[in-house]
Ligand binder design. Structure first.
Ligand code: TMP
Ligand code: ASP
Length: 255
């Protein structure tokens, strides 16, 4: 494998310098963490599945006119993406009460919300990604008022589209987290695009019939069958790697 400069290593992904200026290679690891790194583990084959699932969802979103950082999948664990400046905000969209919302307001998990709820968290591990308001975001300069307006609009479109897409395969999109990046064009234009990843690592996906969890909560809450749940999401999306799960333990990079 050619030697490449590593730009950044996160909990679930590594970013390398891309083959041409303005691009990066996003490598998906099998590592899983939860509760800000307090819980650590490995989900065998997760990187391969998330690479595919994120590719699939980003491409579908591009088809309805939502710009993303995704360029193309390179191999089992890597995808080529545009280099962007990440807006340091995690946007969470919720349709059904679960997780921290259920805890904060004492609402039983599974209660449908009267309307979709959008929350912003400041991306800062030392502070434990605190919940913030639009006022904090604009006052501290993490994003402009115009950017946050656009982020809200895009996030709701992503939610509507993905809710429908998952409904079609018998899965309820309970909530999800997304991130945005600024793409600097040569013309001087700055464009907000969907970045990071879209996968069962950052969505809550429940089977419509059984309410069974098909996402990272299986890891967070020690529910077992984590690999199988991610595989089932890929299978229903019609993108399980050829050869099935066997393929996923193969070489981590292929040239
Ligand atoms: P929460 O209920 O724990 O706030 O999570 C809401 C959604 O955001 C859920 O789909 C999981 C996702 N999420 C992340 O992707 N990264 C995180 O660090 C956290 C806390 C949640
Ligand atoms: N990925 C986050 C962490 O490692 C939290 C989570 O997804 O639960 O802290």
């Amino acid at each position: 494998m050619a030697r490449r400069r590593q730009i950044y290593e996160g909990k679930a992904k590594v970013l390398f310098e891309g083959p041409e200026p303005g691009t990066l290679v996003q490598y998906f690891k099998d590592d899983a963490t939860a509760f800000n790194n307090k819980k650590k583990g490995t989900i065998t084959g997760k990187g391969v599945l998330n690479n595919r699932i994120s590719e699939y969802l980003m491409l579908r979103l591009q088809e309805i006119g939502i710009s993303t950082h995704f360029v193309r999948r390179l191999n089992m664990r890597e995808q080529l993406v545009r280099e962007v400046e990440i807006v340091p905000i995690e946007v969470v969209v919720r349709n059904v009460a679960a997780g921290s919302l259920s805890q904060r307001f004492n609402i039983p998990e599974g209660t449908p919300l009267p309307r979709s709820v959008v929350e912003y968290y400041y991306k800062n591990d030392e502070l434990n990604d605190p919940l913030v308001s639009e006022e904090h975001i604009t006052a501290f300069g993490w994003a402009t008022i115009q950017e946050i307006d656009e982020i809200l609009n895009l996030s709701l479109r992503v939610n509507d589209f993905m809710s429908g897409l998952f409904l079609g395969i018998g899965i309820r999109l309970v909530d999800f987290k997304i991130e945005f990046g600024r793409l600097y064009h040569d013309s001087g234009d700055v464009q907000l695009v969907l970045a990071d990843e879209l996968s069962p690592d950052n969505c809550r996906l429940w089977d419509m019939k059984t309410n069974e969890k098909m996402d990272k909560d299986r890891f967070r809450r020690d529910l077992g069958n984590v690999e199988e749940a991610y595989q089932e999401v890929a299978r229903r999306l019609g993108i399980l790697p050829e050869g099935g799960p066997r393929d996923m333990k193969g070489p981590s990079t292929m040239q």
